[in-house]
Design a protein around this ligand. Structure first.
Ligand code: ATP
Length: 238
């Protein structure tokens, strides 16, 4: 499979504070690629840099061979990228359905959008039951489902997921990861997954990058990570 995403020498900074110091990253079309690292390593910043959101960046980002660096966030959505940010980005005062509709705000194909509501409700039946409910009254797990559902409404080729397990009970996390895997295999949506829970991420990923203070220090398969004693001790607590 060709690369959907190719990042070369990406730097990112908040004002004068540099956070990413030249990272290279490739994501194969159809894969789940995990980006692991300790608190503050720059994982969230990497996802923001790919969407050209909140950080200034330097370096090259190609999406399916098209240049994405230096473009507006809206153009990146048009190129097929959907970002599920940390904190989920849900509009708590709007209903579930209104939040989902926002995910489709750039689309003009009404029939396709209606189909996609059903598609999202197929993956997340709980969202259908709660479609008229205010998003702020949903449980944490339901809000994470809504954030993923909203991202799917833009028909992305690449989903950027920031800590989908954060603050959720293990059973809910398992459900959400199972659905992410289905979305990946059934819809051929590629996923770049940022996770603190390394063991969960290794279970689902095809390829793994390890980030330390803004630099990639390891890239390989989940097995490569499990075979690396130092990495296993630090990230898997074994
Ligand atoms: P975590 O899991 O703790 O979110 P992370 O690997 O996702 O870690 P980032 O959130 O990307 O790390 O943060 C990397 C560095 O950038 C940290 O030192 C953080 O304090 C800093 N940082 C993050 N967001 C901002 C911001 N909006 N303004 C200034 N500095 C920021």
């Amino acid at each position: 499979m060709p690369n959907l995403l190719e990042v070369k020498d990406l730097h990112a900074a908040y004002g004068a504070t540099g956070v990413l110091h030249g990272i290279d990253l490739e994501l194969r079309e159809g894969s789940v690629t995990a980006l692991l690292g300790a608190n503050g390593a720059g994982k969230t910043t990497t996802l923001r840099a790919l969407c050209q959101m909140m950080v200034s960046t330097r370096g090259s980002i190609q999406l399916d061979g098209k240049r994405a660096d230096g473009r507006a966030t809206e153009d990146i959505v048009r190129l097929g990228v959907a970002h599920v940010p940390d904190g989920r980005g849900t509009f708590l005062g709007l209903s579930t359905e209104e939040n989902l509709r926002l995910g489709a705000y750039l689309r003009k194909d009404k029939a396709g959008v209606s189909e996609d509501f059903e598609r999202v409700y197929g993956y997340f039946p709980r969202l259908k039951e709660r479609r008229h409910q205010q998003a702020g009254t949903l449980s944490g797990g339901e809000q994470q489902m809504l954030a993923i559902g909203r991202a799917l409404m833009s028909r992305p080729r690449l989903l950027l997921l920031d800590e989908p397990s954060f603050g959720l009970a293990p059973l809910i996390v398992r459900d959400i990861f199972d659905i992410m895997r289905r979305i990946n295999t059934e819809e051929k949506v590629s996923i770049l997954l940022v996770e603190q829970n390394a063991s969960l991420a290794l279970d689902i990923a095809d390829s793994v990058y390890l980030l330390e203070t803004g630099r990639i220090v390891l890239n390989g398969t989940p097995q490569d990570v499990r075979d690396n004693d130092a990495v296993r001790r630090v990230y898997l607590g074994e």
